[in-house]
Write a protein that binds this ligand. Structure first.
Ligand code: NI
Ligand code: MN
Length: 218
């Protein structure tokens, strides 16, 4: 069985035959349910882009747990320079490591280093899309055509990413069966109402609203 836990903001932990942590912004994240010490075993840390609220504790967790960092080339090189085991990749590429497949997909955003990305992860027969930080783009239709994710993590907090209207359209584009909204209510600047998002998505997909620390089984 595959379990996902939302750790507040964009931080997500996927636990199955392997454990994948995405955008582990835990220290300094006012929405994090607990500290880095409670994260437990991690096999892979995926970072969507080089912004503090996404790189977060990624390097520290890799150093502590021996997890492999998976990220865009420039972030992977910086990690390797610090002695971290890292798999660098780029938009459009796919890698398979220890039975987990990472497909790096576009995200329309900015970054201090490298390029922002999203990821589609194939693990234990399930396909999970994490959009990272992004605006709405027609590229998401390609993600839908290529991948049809079983579950998607989509930002809805507006200002720095999609808001409710655009995120609902993204759900339509990516043809996902289920969606968990992220990147909202961490700070006042990105306060938004997940119930309004759910209402807007309607019957397009099942919207699962989690509290930080809450888990969902696929
Ligand atoms: Ni960002
Ligand atoms: Mn962000």
């Amino acid at each position: 069985m595959l379990k996902v836990i939302w750790l507040g903001h964009s931080a997500v932990k996927i636990s199955g035959s392997k454990t994948v942590l995405i955008d582990p912004f835990i220290s300094g994240n006012p929405a994090a349910p607990y500290g880095v010490d409670k994260i437990g075993h991690v096999d892979f840390v995926f970072v969507t882009h080089y912004h503090g609220d996404h790189v977060g504790d990624a390097f520290a967790i890799c150093k502590k747990t021996g997890a492999t960092l998976v990220a865009i080339h420039e972030i992977a090189v910086e990690a390797q320079e610090q002695g971290i085991t890292a798999e660098g990749m780029n938009i459009g590429g796919t890698i398979a490591v220890a039975g987990v497949k990472f497909n790096m997909v576009p995200a329309l955003h900015s970054a201090e280093k490298g390029t922002p990305a999203g990821v589609v992860i194939d693990i234990d027969g399930q396909r999970i899309y994490h959009a990272g930080d992004t605006g709405l783009t027609y590229d998401m239709k390609l993600i839908g055509e290529f991948f049809k994710p079983d579950l998607s993590f989509i930002p809805i907090g507006d200002r720095y990413t999609m808001g409710i209207e655009s995120a609902a359209r993204a759900v339509e584009f990516v043809q996902t069966r289920r969606v968990i909204p992220i990147h909202y209510n961490t700070f006042a600047l990105i306060d938004n109402d997940p119930q309004a998002f759910k209402a807007r998505v309607g019957s397009l997909a099942e919207v699962i609203i989690l509290k930080p620390g809450e888990e969902y089984a696929l």
